[in-house]
Design a protein around this ligand. Structure first.
Ligand code: SF4
Length: 276
């Protein structure tokens, strides 16, 4: 009897962003798992950001957070500024008709991929559904840039596809808790036209990925961005991609990162797959 098992590749918004920005970078990062260590300052910012997310989650679950705030003045400042700027977000509705959940997880299968989203907070009632996301980096990007980010597109797309809400009843709001002055937000309202556009772009991107993955199994590399692309200027793989001349130190680092063809394919086989 033939097996009906389908192998799905799990993808997040971050992976879609990377794939769209540069397929070769996706290959290096996710298939070959090559990366350079984070600089300590960046790492510290990430840790603080994770702590804020955790704190918001604990708070939403009704768990005490005072002991965390007492020992962390930065978190204390963010939380108090956020409470002043958006009291309605921190204050749960008194009726039991409203659904609220932090770290709300959803998946959607498109082609042979399982798209996964995690909403920092989902607030939904019989009228509308709001996705909220906390950002702890200092400078908010422009609204147009954020609109094109796969986080915005995928998060609203998945909710419309996996719930009863019409696209027009869905919104997504980013809260930048650390912006200069006071926390700022950028809100996106969704609609059926955007939903159709996202479906098209998503299917195109995933079809390309399927072809690139097939070629990769035949030892072909994923495509690179154009030679003079600015994306390469800030890319950690610029030397490996021969987009910049390597220093001796970089040659040595690169050699240490090198993996042979067999292990590349093994990584591909091991990328987080799930059987349905
Ligand atoms: S150096 Fe350029 S081509 Fe190579 S992975 Fe980075 S962005 Fe892509």
């Amino acid at each position: 009897m033939l097996s009906t098992t389908t192998q799905l590749l799990r993808l997040s918004q971050g992976q879609l962003n990377l794939l769209e920005a540069c397929p070769r970078k996706f290959q290096h990062t996710y298939l070959e798992q090559l990366s350079s260590p984070l600089d300590p300052e960046h790492e510290e910012r990430q840790t603080l950001g994770s702590r804020f997310h955790l704190l918001m989650q604990q708070r939403e679950m009704g768990l005490p957070i005072d002991s965390f705030l007492q020992v962390d003045t930065q978190l204390q400042k963010w939380m108090s500024a956020f409470g002043n700027a958006a009291p309605e977000v921190l204050t749960p509705a008194t009726n039991n008709q409203t659904f609220r959940e932090s770290e709300h997880y959803r998946t959607l299968q498109v082609q042979d991929y399982l798209l996964t989203v995690i909403y920092d907070l989902l607030i939904a009632d019989n009228q509308q559904a709001q996705i909220l996301d906390w950002k702890t980096y200092p400078k908010p990007p422009s609204k147009s840039k954020l609109a094109q980010n796969w986080q915005t597109r995928l998060y609203m797309y998945v909710l419309a596809e996996t719930s009863e809400y019409l696209p027009e009843k869905i919104s997504m709001t980013y809260w930048f808790v650390q912006s200069e002055g006071k926390p700022q937000n950028i809100k996106f309202n969704y609609n059926a036209v955007q939903h159709g556009n996202t479906a098209k772009k998503l299917n195109q991107l995933l079809s390309k990925l399927t072809n690139w993955l097939k070629s990769y199994q035949n030892n072909e590399q994923f495509p690179q961005v154009m030679e003079d692309s600015k994306t390469c200027d800030y890319c950690q793989f610029a030397t490996r991609c021969e987009r910049k001349k390597a220093t001796d130190q970089e040659i040595s680092n690169d050699n240490q990162l090198s993996v042979n063809g067999a292990s590349l394919l093994q990584n591909l086989a091991n990328i987080r797959e799930i059987s349905l």
